[in-house]
Design a protein around this ligand. Structure first.
Ligand code: AMP
Ligand code: MG
Length: 330
């Protein structure tokens, strides 16, 4: 692709420009590394003390969710599931039960493009150590990768796997859930305007001094370039990209979003951004659309209410869902 294809644009997402949120307050910024990513919180508050106190709630919540859902923490509820659910039903918290239930809904919606059992093959990749499975290893694990191998028992609040090699990982949805919880906590803390981001998942509460926040989608091959800017208020935006966790071997990019039908990294998409009312939806859908590829992704997003998407395919071509007004050239 040529870089000239990327023109800096401002999209107008209808109905997003708002009135003033004036107050004798100011913005306070916080950053911590949690859930294996950079987490930032911007809070509009009357005093530093209030902002500090409310930001603490955000980071505590992110750490709580990480401790519950990380596949890298042995004591996490998720690790317990992966150790035991293939041999017996495992009782789980309401929170995890509901998130897994929502994940399965996204699998059903996308004919299995979004599938938390991707981990049945996904665990064989290590992007830091530049390790990937060979074809034989993938073949051995591929029948374990199927969301239909997950059985949820709503009465018992338990989960079991019908395949002995099945594993799950909530990496495609948990950050969005954490961001939503964080925004709810900020609201309860008396905050009316804020921005919370965990890696590629952000949610805006209110606006920025009476105007929308302008959120940039970065160039998938140049982190310093923004290819499109989107004004947003009271909305969530998530971006999935093949540049987040990856390594290149023999010219092939191995990255963290796995196509469930092949057990390999998706190679049709560079980045996928989704705008929704909540971050769990934008998070899960950005991963879903990334796997689906342009044509099917556009079909799906245009069939759903209240969500929009911007996608960049593996040729650097950009596509927009119907609700985003395409830019005009004069
Ligand atoms: P995101 O950055 O939100 O697109 O999430 C990427 C993460 O989703 C990866 O790091 C994996 O943990 C997880 N993931 C990878 N492939 C899939 C898939 N096909 N379905 C659901 N989650 C996936
Ligand atoms: Mg996502």
């Amino acid at each position: 692709m040529t870089s000239s294809r990327f023109v800096q644009q401002v999209l107008f997402f209808t109905g997003l420009i708002s009135g003033c949120s004036c107050a004798n307050a100011e913005w306070f910024s916080y950053q911590q590394s949690i859930m294996g990513t950079s987490t930032t919180t911007e809070i509009f508050a009357d005093t530093q003390q209030q902002a500090d106190q409310c930001s603490r709630l955000v980071f505590d919540e992110m750490r709580r969710i990480d401790a519950l859902m990380s596949p890298y923490i042995e004591q996490s509820e998720l690790s317990d599931i992966n150790r035991n659910a293939a041999t017996k039903p495992v009782k789980i918290s309401n929170e995890l039960f509901e998130l897994i239930q929502r994940s399965i809904k996204f699998s059903q919606l996308s004919d299995g493009a979004f599938d938390i059992t991707f981990a049945s093959v996904g665990y064989l990749y290590d992007y830091r150590l530049k390790q990937h499975p060979n074809q034989q290893q993938i073949r051995q694990q591929l029948s374990a990768l199927n969301y239909r191998n997950i059985q949820l028992n709503a009465e018992q609040k338990s989960i079991s796997f019908s395949h002995k090699n099945t594993r799950i990982d909530l990496g495609g949805i948990a950050k969005g859930h954490a961001v939503d919880n964080a925004i709810n906590l900020l609201r309860k803390c008396g905050i009316r305007n804020a921005l919370v981001s965990a890696g590629g998942d952000s949610r805006i509460l209110g606006d920025k001094n009476g105007r929308p926040w302008v959120m940039g989608v970065r160039h998938p091959r140049d982190k310093d370039r923004v290819v499109v800017s989107i004004p947003l208020k009271d909305a969530a935006i998530s971006t999935s990209g093949d540049y987040e966790r990856y390594f290149i071997e023999d010219g092939k990019r191995y990255h963290h979003i796995i196509k469930p039908t092949s057990g390999e990294s998706v190679d049709q998409t560079w980045s996928e951004s989704v705008i929704a009312n909540d971050a769990m939806t934008s998070d899960a859908l950005s991963t879903t659309l990334f796997v689906l590829g342009t044509e099917n992704a556009l079909k799906l997003i245009n069939s759903l209410d209240g969500v929009e998407a911007i996608m960049i395919d593996a040729n650097g071509k950009m596509f927009y869902s119907n609700g985003l007004m395409p830019p005009t050239v004069h």
